[in-house]
Design a protein around this ligand. Structure first.
Ligand SMILES: *Cc1c(COP(=O)(O)O)cnc(C)c1O
Length: 360
């Protein structure tokens, strides 16, 4: 079987040239006579890989010098606990915007260690929009302010970054990191599970402003303390070596593609093809308000549950896989991360047109 168009929300498609390079180097990487998987993380050869991964990520995202880049494990879900443990250093209060399931999980963890103020929520409409924020509701003395900048399940994204003044803005960027330009200096901390737009599951990237390191709550486990990893170049213990290597290859691929400006244009173009079709279809319907639509995750529905099921089944048979919506919401969702080629989106829309004609 040939490669399929994989619309999975995560783990998701990786660029084919990355997989091919990894395959070529699988048994003998960079002239070492061994696989990256077999290298000591303390070896010179491996140090070069992790250094190169960090250097490329800094270059791509224009990360300022007063930020640390950490390569961690545990997924974005571990950050839901790690962030409050490290940032609840003064008032032990945090502001959160509730834009869906991942926000809720982050809120639930923060509540274990301090006071959470929900500034706004879009739960009233099944999270199909980003709520407008009223600054009056912000806590002036909060230790941090948390948003989920792209909502993977519901397909919404922030198009403007909230201005939280001196309160550090923290974001879960798991499903939109490297997909468009973000001004890193607007954030105190950015975290992302790798399996959406960076590389294999098992790696979690944290970008943190240096002044936010070193004030963790006293009972913070050593492995959850950012200081531990910042002081040890993400090598306090064995890092996810192979996942970091693949991430490095993805960063190289993205740089060659033209970096963030080029991929952002490409992603806008891809998303537009799909949204334009949905807006003009007599059968398919997008579920998100137009102004808050994600460039990465595009949820849509058909008039009946029966048609949803039929579509997912027929699409899969035609080589368009993983189009089912998240188990909590149903319907369909096409995740079109950086590695999804425009040809995949065009082919999907052609297939949807055909389905529309046959089922109208
Ligand atoms: C996938 C995802 C998560 C969960 O990530 P894990 O790495 O599985 O813990 C959290 N937040 C967002 C926005 C996601 O897309």
């Amino acid at each position: 079987m040939d490669r399929v168009y994989n619309f999975s929300a995560g783990p998701s498609m990786l660029p084919l040239p990355v997989l091919e390079k990894a395959q070529k180097e699988l048994t003998n990487a960079r002239g070492t006579g061994m696989s990256v998987m077999e290298m000591s993380h303390r070896s010179k050869a491996y140090q070069e890989i992790i250094d190169e991964a960090e250097r490329l990520l800094r270059e791509l995202m224009e990360i300022p010098d007063n930020y640390k880049v950490l390569f961690l494990q545990g997924g974005a879900s571990t950050q839901f606990s790690t962030v409050p443990l490290n940032l609840f250093s003064k008032s032990r209060k945090a502001d959160f915007v509730n834009t869906g399931m991942w926000s809720k999980k982050a809120i639930a963890e923060a509540k274990r260690y301090g006071t959470v103020n929900i500034v706004a929520s879009s739960e009233d409409k099944t999270f199909n929009y980003i709520p407008r924020l009223d600054k009056e509701k912000f806590s002036k003395d909060a230790d941090f302010f948390h948003i989920t900048i792209n909502n993977t399940i519901y397909g919404t994204r922030y198009t403007t970054i909230p201005d939280t003044g001196d309160v550090p803005l923290v974001t879960d960027m798991s499903s939109s990191i490297l997909s468009q330009y973000y001004d890193v200096s607007k954030f105190g901390l950015i975290y992302a599970g790798a399996q959406k737009n960076i590389g294999p599951a098992g790696l979690t990237v944290v970008i943190i402003r240096e002044d936010l390191i070193g004030n963790a709550m006293e009972f913070t486990p050593v492995m959850l303390n950012y200081k531990t990893h910042a002081e040890n170049g993400s090598m306090y213990n064995t890092p996810p070596t192979f996942a970091i290597y693949i991430a490095m290859l993805v960063f190289e691929w993205l740089k060659e593609f033209g970096g963030i400006p080029a991929i952002e244009q490409y992603n806008i173009e891809k998303a537009k093809i799909l949204y334009d079709f949905l807006d003009n279809s007599s059968l398919f319907k997008g579920t998100v308000v137009p102004e808050d639509r994600s460039l990465m995750n595009v949820p849509f529905i058909l008039p009946t549950e029966e048609l949803n099921k039929k579509f997912i089944k027929e699409a899969e048979a035609a080589g368009f896989v993983n189009l089912a919506g998240h188990r909590s919401v149903g319907g369909m969702r096409a995740s079109i991360y950086n590695a999804m080629p425009i040809e995949g989106v065009l082919a999907l829309v052609e297939f949807m047109k055909k389905f529309e004609t046959e089922n109208n």
